[in-house]
Design a protein around this ligand. Structure first.
Ligand code: CDP
Length: 315
């Protein structure tokens, strides 16, 4: 797809960056962005060799046979032996064998997307990744688009929004129709409580015959990725879903465009208040993650021309 550059507005018109929010961010972001082929190649090949997301980020019947021992990514003492029952819920093989996309969009959920007019540009990517069952459709389409190839679902949403899937499952499955035939990526083996919930989600989808395809994050991959970032200074907490998806994209896509990542409460250019999510009013609580530190790393990758972070409005 063709992407129209969405540079930040001219520096002259911009009031000072709120220093308590993201020190030096504007200066680091403002430079004209150009992909630096060498830096991109270098970084994505490090990811490939150290994290092996290309064929190991998602659990498949091919990479996780019956009898394998799964070690949970957030509870290293917890393990699970793969039974034929669990195995039958795994997808057969890597959903992207040897496939490399030209352009991918990774869409985080920050309120920075509100009124961004980025929908068309997001949808122009060949492959679109979204996080945590975000709202799409009426009122949002112009700003976030509709196309979805992968969508993740955090188990806490299954608990809070869908009553742990203990009641009727149809409302849950119907709410997934907006994501079409995408892959639904679930962290079934992060914490122990995630497994029954994510299996219930997968069974509900197959019982009601929805086109979305449930899959699970491979906890080995999440562990490798967390070590990769730890060695680059991200010591606190778990890697956020958004950062995981950016890393998967960097292994699969030649051009990675990142939208909706802004874990701060004031817009970088407009200076108005920014909500944690573009679709609700909940305030951000980053208990387990350290999103500002992660953002800093993303900004660095942007400055190095490895990926392109979109903070400004797209028109
Ligand atoms: O479940 P989690 O808190 O990780 O994520 P979310 O709030 O549903 O948002 C999805 C992803 O977007 C996060 O994992 C972050 O990487 C990113 N995000 C951000 O950068 N700034 C925000 N204000 C909100 C989310």
């Amino acid at each position: 797809g063709h992407l129209v550059p969405s540079g930040p507005p001219s520096p002259k018109k911009i009031p000072p960056w709120p220093s308590d929010l993201c020190k030096g961010c504007r200066e680091r972001y403002s430079k004209t962005w150009k992909k630096q082929e060498d830096n991109y190649r270098n970084f994505s090949s490090q990811l490939r060799s150290q994290c092996q997301g290309f064929d190991r980020a998602i659990i498949t019947q091919a990479n996780t046979p019956v009898g394998s021992n799964i070690v949970y990514s957030a509870e290293s003492k917890r393990t699970l032996m793969v039974t034929p029952g669990i195995f039958s819920t795994f997808i057969k093989e890597n959903p992207f064998p040897q496939k490399k996309w030209d352009t991918c969009a990774v869409v985080g959920n920050s309120g920075i997307l509100t009124n961004s007019s980025c929908g068309e540009m997001i949808d122009s990517a060949q492959f679109v990744i979204r996080c945590n069952l975000p709202s799409l459709g009426k009122g949002y389409e112009k700003h976030v688009g509709t196309k979805t190839d992968i969508v993740t679902a955090n188990p806490t949403i299954l608990v809070r929004k869908y009553g742990s899937l203990n009641g009727p499952r149809r409302p849950f499955v119907e709410s997934l129709h907006i994501y079409g035939k995408s892959l639904l990526l679930l962290p079934a083996f992060a914490f122990g409580f995630c497994t029954p919930l994510c299996l219930k989600a997968a069974y509900s989808i197959s019982d009601i015959e929805s086109p979305i395809r449930p899959t699970y994050f491979n906890p080995d991959y999440l562990r490798r990725l967390s070590n990769f970032w730890r060695s680059r200074g991200l010591h606190r907490g778990l890697t956020s879903t958004g950062l995981v998806m950016v890393n998967i994209a960097l292994e699969h896509c030649a051009n990675v465009h990142v939208y909706g990542f802004w874990p701060f409460s004031i817009h970088p250019f407009e200076l108005n208040a920014v909500k944690n999510h573009y679709f609700d009013d909940k305030t951000g609580k980053w208990g387990m993650h350290s999103m500002p530190a992660e953002f800093n790393q993303l900004l660095q990758l942007h400055s190095q021309g490895v990926l392109r972070l979109h903070l400004g409005n797209c028109r």
